[in-house]
Design a protein around this ligand. Sequence first.
Ligand code: ZN
Length: 588
Amino acid sequence: MAGPLDEIRAKIDLAEIVSGYLRLQRAGKNLKGLCPFHNEKTPSFFVIPDLNRFKCFGCGESGDAFAFLMRMEGIGFADAARRLAAKAGVQLADNAFEKSATERSRLAGLQRAVQFANYYFRNSLAQSETARAYLQNRGIDEATIEKFQIGFAPDSWDGLLNYLKRNEVRLEEAEHAGVIDSGQRGLYDKFRNRIMFPIWDATGQPIAFGGRALGDGEPKYLNSPESPLFEKRKTLYGLHLARSAIFKSRSVIVVEGYVDLIALHQAGVENAVATLGTALTEEHAQRFQRLQVERVYLAYDADEAGSRATERAFELLNATNLATYVVALPAGQDPDGLYRSEGSNRMQRLIKEAERYPSYAIKALAAKADLRSDDGRARLIAAALPVLAQVRSNSERDAYVEQLAPYAPTFKINPKAAADSLRQDLAAYIRSQRKGAKPASAEAPTRRVATAFGPAILKSEQTILAAALLPSTRSKAWSIMASALFHSPENARLARLLLDQWPTPPSYSLSDMLAELQDEPARHALADIVSQAVVFTEPSETELKDCAAYLRKKTAKSKAAVLLRTIAESERKDEAWSEFIELTKKVE
Ligand SMILES: [Zn+2]
């Protein structure tokens, strides 16, 4: 009997799910698009409706709707299943995914605490004139309050505490979720007299809060502590609101905090996210890659801390092959302050004028350097070389050398010589870095090819397996599989599995046949094999016969080799010889 997961699989249209993340175009009876899991310029990512699966022929990633959602959103199987179940209108039992049930109920408990705290903060905002007036003064309108679910924590030690008690939220869960603190006199509200900004996960569920002091309270900004729900290094504030704008523009603007992000949205800039009191992390960069981002714009505060964060972010993004642009705010400004003092146009113009990081860095260094003295200029150049050394493209690096050259002490005398000597200095610097660097990590492992049988054998075997799944060639393939010609143990196992389950070829559709296979790894392996055939060329009967003949010949040859060895060592030479002669006849 089909379980709820099979029901979800049957009801979900993978193409529809995938379309929410990337543009798909028709390719015969399939759909193709740019792979979200690796960088590419021409599409090799296919959605195959016959299989309700995807397969990327560039990076090899493949799977069904569950796998797609898990990779795309960085969530586990259970979460993916729950979301697809909701979409398909399939009921999942509460005890589905028994294994993680404890963990799940623990997370659900924390989530519930955050959810109730959010209700409380939102209600409190509706009741507080002062808080609403404050937001209005800061130019935050009703629509923005709605969009960002902004709330208010009243100046009380037990307002939230009592609200949670009334709603039967377990207080240890509220404490664990970081909305309640405990001290010597017991539990108390963590956030008091603060404007509250819920922080969401990638799907838009509130998981934590940021609170901005309404008066002179310290600290000015207070965030929830990390919890099993909230990991700063993985969280990008506002991602669920920005996702489609990021997809469309292939770019993302990164700001430091939630008020900056809200200012950008109000300025009509929606492809923006905020890191919350942390530097940009590798997890963030990976998330950008999965969203097919090509350009990352850093709009950090124009102060010392902001420029250090910008530098570190460049190193990280550069290593991940993402182009880094810097939105240069006027000194001392942050996006929120700038938007409030100068409005949308200025903000949008600054983003449009953003420069690549190395170019920005040269200007920033020059602004700080003492350009009147040769010494000051030399120091500027020494500081710029490490930045330029990180630029991967030669032509780009050269353009930055040209930009830096006018600062060289000898530039006035001979500009060309100054640029040339800079080039040499840069090359020397890069060489010294390489020498000091650890040996390059091992080459990516080459695709494993079994030594006993070459790729041609594997290809033939896979053609037969694919043919066994495709309705038009199924019965022919069945008889070939039965003659046990497979060399690779893995393919032989797959063939045996099919023959065991269906002694005679079944008359199901392709996807039903796969769905019937209980052995999960085998199902994936077969789906992968048949994807290739469905997207490129479906095997014909002639091709099948050729494959079978080829495999038969290879079998005979390897058997002959064994016989020759036997003859050399054996007592029963005559017997082996006549067998060998028989075999050679077959092979010729
Ligand atoms: Zn790919």
